[in-house]
Design a protein around this ligand. Structure first.
Ligand code: C2E
Ligand code: MG
Ligand code: MG
Length: 437
């Protein structure tokens, strides 16, 4: 798809180097530039195989050509990203409406090797006159919009606007004050329960960091953990989270001695390559009188860690201490199944994007089913994240995935708010339907 063809398919570099005339457009004509990214495409390659992935890409390209009409130009920008320049749109609103139509069109199921696959897309777009904006500038703007789209859970259209610039402003504000926030005691933990879907028992609690920001309000982890990683604040932040989570866990253990559950703490790849991390974890456990089996460390993106070998060494040391290790957001592509075998991992947590529509999306059922089989083959525990509906909970049970977390079962709350649930040790009746199996 990277060579010129009579169908208007071109490489991105070619597209950006051509004049409007060479693209078959008038200089004072307005165009929409659309970037289309297939959500969670890598999972199709990983789980259903490359042949299925290739067919999916070819079909998407064909659907884009049909949608764009004879004057549109199409390019493949990255593995699972396409770009289209399309003239003949009245204004920005018209471009957004067309993008919405495209989003629905591309979400229609396709049959591949007897399997029905549906995949959502995220679309970033910009709109402008080629006499006022270069194609390069229009692409840059569409890319800004695409990045905003990708910060959501997908299946959305975003258009370029100045708002995107002001979001970037907030980011530098966050960067500036994060270190002080830690000193000023503005960080806090929320806790989300993990439930056994067969009987409603509480089996673990995950600590999730929050920032009570003086002017921006309560910020979720996604707003600042990335900034903390880029600026090195994550070391101190991570240590604070570990200490605070273990302190809280010890307090709960004392208050609810009959309840045995695990405390789950997220650890950034930056912390994972610190040779001191295992000693710190051992110290914090001892200080709080906790056994190693009561703590689980969750990691993501080990492959992207600055020093993978060092990360693996730390993992082995943590494992030797007896700490449970979980791969978070599993299925998003960074932790391939084969690589997993080489790691001392006990548990995988299925990314919530595969769970949200479970019960209505057959592709997600196929993927989760594969992950459950795989976990069993490797002797791993498996946990589902993002259980928001009863339908998803029932489907998980049917597929043999019994441990789960999600808004249906409990949203993240401050420690005090979790006490009634911990005192009962299980969900109140009526949330989960009785297990029929
Ligand atoms: P995660 O570890 O995968 O945590 C689960 C995230 O999903 C949490 O977002 C939680 O609020 C959200 N969630 C839980 N159930 C549902 C549901 O049913 N539906 C939906 N839509 N969302 C649900 P949160 O707290 O914003 O955290 C985001 C990510 O930030 C975490 O993902 C984790 O990777 C990271 N994070 C959180 N706390 C820490 C921390 O203390 N240290 C480090 N390094 N990372 C952290
Ligand atoms: Mg986690
Ligand atoms: Mg996760």
């Amino acid at each position: 798809m990277t060579t010129t063809s009579p169908h208007g398919r071109r490489s991105l570099r070619e597209l950006l180097s051509l004049t409007p005339a060479e693209l078959g457009l008038h200089r004072d004509e307005a165009v929409g530039v659309f970037l289309v990214d297939i959500d969670r495409f890598k999972a199709i390659n990983d789980v259903l195989g490359y042949a299925a992935g290739d067919r999916m890409l070819r079909l998407t390209g064909q659907r884009l050509l049909d949608w764009g009409g004879p004057r549109a130009v199409l390019a493949r920008v990255a593995d699972d990203m396409f770009a289209t320049i399309r003239p003949g749109l009245a204004d920005l609103a018209g471009a957004v409406a067309e993008a919405e139509r495209l989003r629905l069109l591309l979400a229609e199921p396709v049959a591949i090797d007897g399997q029905t696959i549906t995949r959502n897309v995220s679309i970033g777009l910009s709109y402008g006159r080629l006499s006022e904006n270069s194609t390069v500038e229009l692409f840059r703007r569409a890319d800004d919009a695409m990045q905003a789209a990708q910060r959501t859970s997908g299946n959305v259209v975003r258009s370029f606007s100045q708002d995107l610039r002001s979001q970037a402003l907030t980011r530098s504000q966050i960067e500036l004050h994060l270190r002080d926030a830690l000193r000023a005691g503005q960080l806090l933990l929320h806790f989300q329960p993990e439930i056994d879907l067969r009987n409603g028992d509480v089996v673990a609690v995950e600590a999730l960091v929050r920032w009570q920001h003086p002017s921006l309000g309560l910020l979720g982890a996604d707003r600042f953990v990335g900034v903390a990683e880029e600026t090195g604040v994550i070391r101190d932040l991570g240590e604070w989270v570990l200490r605070e989570a273990c302190r809280q866990h010890a307090a709960w253990r004392a208050e609810f001695p009959a309840l045995r559950f695990t405390m789950r703490v997220n650890m950034s790849p930056v912390q994972l390559v610190e040779p001191d991390t295992p000693a710190l974890v051992a110290e914090v456990l001892a200080q709080n009188g906790l056994g190693a089996g009561e703590l689980c460390v969750e990691i993501t993106e080990l492959v992207a860690a600055p020093d993978r070998a060092a990360g693996i060494r730390v993992l082995h040391e943590l494992h030797k201490l007896g700490i449970e290790l979980a791969i978070d957001d599993f299925g998003m592509g960074h932790s391939s199944l084969v690589r997993l075998k080489a790691l001392p991992v006990d548990t995988i947590k299925i990314d919530r994007s595969f769970v949200l529509d479970l019960g209505s999306d057959p592709t997600d059922t196929a993927i989760v089913q594969t992950l459950v089989r795989l976990a069993a083959a490797f002797g791993l525990e498996i946990i589902a994240e993002g259980v928001e509906t009863v339908a998803a909970a029932i489907e998980l049970r049917r597929l043999g995935c019994y441990r789960a977390q999600g808004h249906l079962l409990g949203v993240p709350v401050e420690a005090g708010e979790l006490r009634p649930l911990l005192a009962a040790g299980r969900l109140p009746p009526g949330i989960l339907p009785p297990d029929e199996v």
